[in-house]
Design a protein. Structure first.
Lengths: 195, 246
């Protein structure tokens, strides 16, 4: 597995997005310290992967943040903090970092970096992450995320407690449609924030 | 209208490769087909372009209000498990054009299928030839089960014409909630049904007699139907404008 570069449709090719999913991260405390200290080398979106339901969920939040960046209306410090904020269904920025951002106890971590300048390339990010993150790089796909995500925590944060939880039924097809409904509800909440 | 050019796409769709294709346009919005955030999955893009003849402040306010209203209805219905296209992304102040304000847009799930109007037209043409079919009663009931679900949700479409429903894998999906509003009043629901009845009567005359089947399905799937239908009688007598405003 390696750092994935996602070419998001509708966004200019000059703004590629790089995504890496790590499991069993051991230096969360260190990474969080770098964020708090404002270390520019560590300007990443560091997201607690247990709060992510699927690949589409993450992609939608990233798209929202990058679109707001393109249109010069970021609510937070930079596009990377905005990605963490974009996951939040409400307008509380500090709360979004607490709930969706990296914490000292984070074991599974999604790292997102937007190439906002040409010097930031796939290779430079890959090399820097290799040196700084102690964890196992895994595939950024919905199957892996489904082993990581904490559905009840996600539902609580998005105030979707009334929806059925996937995994409760043994029936595969029914389970898929329950998960899809939850996923689509999350996407809607992300798109509507601040409206 | 060979040289008609639609207004420039708001950011970020000016970057989209290949460019979204224009499917249809109405007075308020343009509908494009494009891809979702996953390039292998299609999506519908609805753009409400800026209207330069309006005062810019009013224009932004109205456009924003309307697109957000539609998006909220979509999300609410998705949460309730009603068949509508899911909201994928939204921007109520899209940038583009010369003034910097390019209108609002929303990206929805792509639903494949014929619109109910086309289905009815085909059926009417078919009926002209062989006038013995009973399937319509079932289909009308199906169509209406969804409408009533909408009603139960309290999302009353102010204008529900048959082009707005779409037949998808045997199910009816309401695809256009551009004028939907959230209401729990019998009056609003009755007026919706009345408008729909008149719409079907005028555009699909052969299907008019089947409107009863629609009401039947409505009665079966919505608990509060009795009082709504009673109100529908009143509306039929007087027309849809009770308040005589607007």
């Amino acid at each position: 597995m390696a750092l994935e570069t996602v070419a998001l449709p509708h966004l200019p090719a000059s703004l590629p997005v790089h995504v890496a999913l790590y499991r069993n991260v051991e230096n969360s405390v260190f990474l969080r310290q770098q964020l708090l200290a404002g270390n520019a080398d560590f300007e990443y979106a560091l997201i607690d992967a247990s709060m992510i339901l699927s690949r589409q969920h993450a992609i939608t939040a990233i798209f929202r943040a990058v679109n707001d960046y393109l249109n010069n209306r970021l609510k937070s410090r930079n596009v990377h903090s905005e990605i963490v904020f974009a996951f939040n269904p409400t307008n509380n920025i500090a709360d979004s970092f607490r709930k969706f951002g990296i914490s000292d106890a984070t074991k599974d971590l999604l790292i997102v970096k937007v190439s906002t300048s040409p010097e930031i390339s796939h290779d430079s990010i890959a090399a820097h992450l290799k040196d700084s993150v102690q964890g196992t790089l895994v595939a950024f796909d919905s199957e892996t995320l489904s082993q990581i995500s904490d559905v009840s925590k996600i539902k609580k944060q998005y105030k979707l407690g009334a929806l059925p939880s996937p995994g409760a039924q043994a029936n595969g097809a029914q389970d898929d449609s329950i998960k899809r409904q939850l996923e689509l509800s999350l996407l809607g909440a992300i798109a509507l924030r601040g409206s | 209208m060979a040289d008609y050019k639609p207004p420039p796409l708001p950011s970020p769709f000016s970057f989209t490769q290949p460019a979204p294709t224009l499917l249809t346009q109405g007075a308020e919005a343009h509908l494009y087909k494009t891809v979702s955030l996953d390039p292998s999955i299609p999506a519908a893009l609805k753009i409400r372009p800026s209207k330069p003849y309006r005062h810019p402040i009013l224009d932004r306010k109205l456009t924003r209000q309307r697109i957000v209203q539609e998006a909220r209805c979509l999300v609410k219905l998705i949460r309730e498990g009603v068949k509508v296209p899911a909201l994928l992304a939204l921007d109520w102040e899209g940038q583009g054009g010369d003034s910097g304000w390019g209108g609002a847009w929303l990206l929805m799930e792509w639903i494949e299928g014929p619109v109910v109007r086309v289905v009815l037209e085909q059926w009417e043409a078919w009926m002209k030839q062989n006038s013995s079919s009973l399937d319509e009663a079932q289909r009308a009931r199906e169509e209406d089960r969804v409408r009533d679900l909408l009603n139960r949700m309290g999302a009353a479409g102010a204008e529900m014409w048959t082009p707005m429903g779409l037949l998808w894998r045997g199910e009816i999906v309401i695809i256009d909630l551009g004028l939907a509003s959230q209401s729990t009043q019998d009056e609003d629901r009755a007026v919706d049904l009345y408008v729909l009845e008149r719409a079907i009567g005028s555009t699909h005359p052969r299907s008019e007699a089947l409107f009863d089947a629609l009401l039947q399905g409505y009665r079966e799937s919505y608990k509060g139907a009795t009082s709504t239908l009673k109100r529908l009688e009143d509306v039929r007598m007087r027309g849809r404008k009770r308040s005589m405003l607007g």
